[in-house]
Design a protein around this ligand. Structure first.
Ligand code: NAI
Length: 481
């Protein structure tokens, strides 16, 4: 029986391994983590992450061929294939701070593998890492190898949070990079055999190591660039009377462009896009490619611009001040169907409004009060982009922020409401009831373009939708962006 061990039981390690276990009953899969609370949660009825369909997959395999454990060394030493799916955040201090990937967790995982291994291993990079990381990992492993042979593969994960299970069941492609030596090719084949149990062979792409590593950074950069492109257009639409949805539809009909990922919004978030682009920028700079670095940096600048443009629009519409006014925030997660708040645009928008002394009442169906308070109290690492954010002490945040468990409660007595996550339930709220219980004039700022603005205007709301022709009220109060 092939044994797989995955180091890191996070958003990627957990769902990916659960699906491998489900699709490959003859493989024993152990997911290990240094975080006791995470592993305890994986072994409970309340999984540590929310993903549609995940519960069912875990329930079917847990205890049979899927195990979650904190016995990291034991499972690593027993495994034939070791996936490393630890976090690779942006470095916050030292060389490359604010851009380079922090590989501390990766390096410590690699050293531990070298320490405890007693048989040959295939080590798979699942985390998103800078191109050429495999070379560094190879050095750590071979310099400490005690005669054991390691093959390093790059197998970046392309799942999207919120649709992780669907993406894993039916991936657009699986990418495996490895050394082009006989042992390297054998290792590639071994991993290919795992995926081939449910993924059609023509969707399993094999490349050299560096192409696989770089493809993941490139894919995220392209995706984020599409969002920044449409968001840049949304600003121009507001200035000219064009409608960004109509423009996106017309543009997306071109088969060379395609219709997906062209929704204007308050900005992209999530743990990956910004960090991976910063990482790409850093790699370009290290290779003397300043122009290329600047090109990609602009994708993040537009994202920041979109968030501050939204805040400015809220404040300027409400008579240029939100001081002491209750503003409801509907949605805090970075996208629907996840509870993940890493780099969510809601953090910057809320901080911008708090900086103008608004009183926020926040509701998200999947994010806890603790998480929201923590996110808003944390000082964001300021790389080199200007976001007008005030550092907030936890006590100020507590005073100005309330977290409630119902959209009606959040909006009661509010002057305005901001939709920051596209949760389906926000589309079908009783907006008449919400209007009746709000201060007048009552404002809706739709950061995801999910409500029917015309219907809301009929009720009496003043509505701002990103990239859409402006409400007459808003035209008279131009944003100060
Ligand atoms: P995460 O933060 O949810 O999980 C990482 C886990 O690794 C944590 O539970 C942590 O305790 C554990 N860990 C760290 N060092 C360890 C060690 N030495 N031994 C054992 N466990 C250790 O991170 P997430 O979101 O799962 O991301 C992992 C990697 O996958 C990152 O490189 C990310 O860029 C990449 N990725 C993430 C995607 C996402 O949607 N979240 C999608 C595709 C790739």
């Amino acid at each position: 029986m092939v044994k797989i061990c995955c180091i890191g039981a996070g958003y990627v390690g957990g769902p990916t391994m659960a699906v491998i276990a489900l699709k490959c009953p003859s493989i024993e899969v152990a997911v290990v983590d240094i975080s006791v609370s995470r592993i305890t949660a994986w072994n409970s009825d309340q999984l540590p992450i929310y993903e549609p369909g995940l519960d069912e997959v875990v329930k079917q395999c847990r205890g049979k061929n899927l195990f979650f454990s904190t016995e990291v060394e034991k499972h690593v030493s027993e495994a034939d294939i070791i996936f490393v799916s630890v976090n690779t955040p942006t470095k916050t201090r030292g060389l490359g701070a604010g851009k380079a990937a922090d590989l501390t967790y990766w390096e410590s995982a690699a050293r531990m593998i070298a320490d405890v291994s007693k048989s040959n291993k295939i080590v798979v990079e699942k985390s998103t890492v800078p191109v050429k990381t495999a070379e560094a990992i190879e050095k750590i492993l071979t310099h400490n190898s005690k005669g054991i042979k390691y093959q390093i593969l790059s197998n970046p994960e392309f799942l999207a949070e919120g649709t992780a299970i669907q993406d894993l069941f039916n991936p657009d492609r699986v990418l495996i990079g490895g050394r082009e030596t006989p042992d390297g090719l054998k290792a590639i084949q071994a991993l290919k055999d795992v995926y081939a149990q449910w993924v059609p062979e023509d969707r399993i792409i094999t490349t050299n190591l560096w192409s696989a590593e770089l493809s993941k950074l490139a894919a995220n950069a392209f995706l984020a660039q599409r969002i920044s492109s449409v968001n840049a257009m949304s600003a121009l639409c507001e200035a000219t009377g064009a409608d960004v949805s109509q423009v996106s539809h017309a543009v997306g009909k071109d088969t060379r462009i395609g219709p997906k990922f062209l929704n204007a919004s308050v900005g992209f978030g999530g743990s990956c896009f910004q960090k991976d682009i910063l990482n790409l920028v850093y790699i370009c700079e290290c290779n003397g490619l300043t122009e290329v670095a600047n090109y990609w940096r602009q994708v993040i600048k537009i994202n920041d611009y979109q968030k501050s443009r939204f805040v400015n629009r809220v404040v300027s519409s409400m008579f240029n001040t939100v001081s002491g006014k209750k503003v409801a925030i509907l949605g805090f997660a970075f996208k629907k169907d996840t509870g993940d708040t890493r780099e969510t645009p809601a953090i910057d928008v809320c901080k911008g409004l708090l900086g103008d002394k608004a009183c926020l009442s926040i509701y998200d169906p999947q994010v806890t009060e603790d998480q929201i308070q923590r996110d808003l109290s944390l000082n964001k690492f300021d790389w080199d982009h200007p976001v007008h954010l005030q550092p907030m002490s936890p006590s100020t945040v507590k005073q100005q922020v309330g977290v409630v468990w119902d959209a009606y409660e959040a909006t009661k007595g509010a002057h305005g409401l901001c939709i920051l996550t596209e949760w389906d339930e926000f589309k079908t709220l009783d907006y008449q009831k919400i209007f009746d219980n709000m201060q007048k004039p009552a404002f809706v700022f739709d950061g995801r373009n999910i409500v029917n603005a015309e219907k809301l205007r009929e009720i009496g709301f003043i509505v701002y939708s990103i990239g859409k022709p402006l409400d007459p009220w808003l035209k008279d109060m131009p944003a100060l962006a």
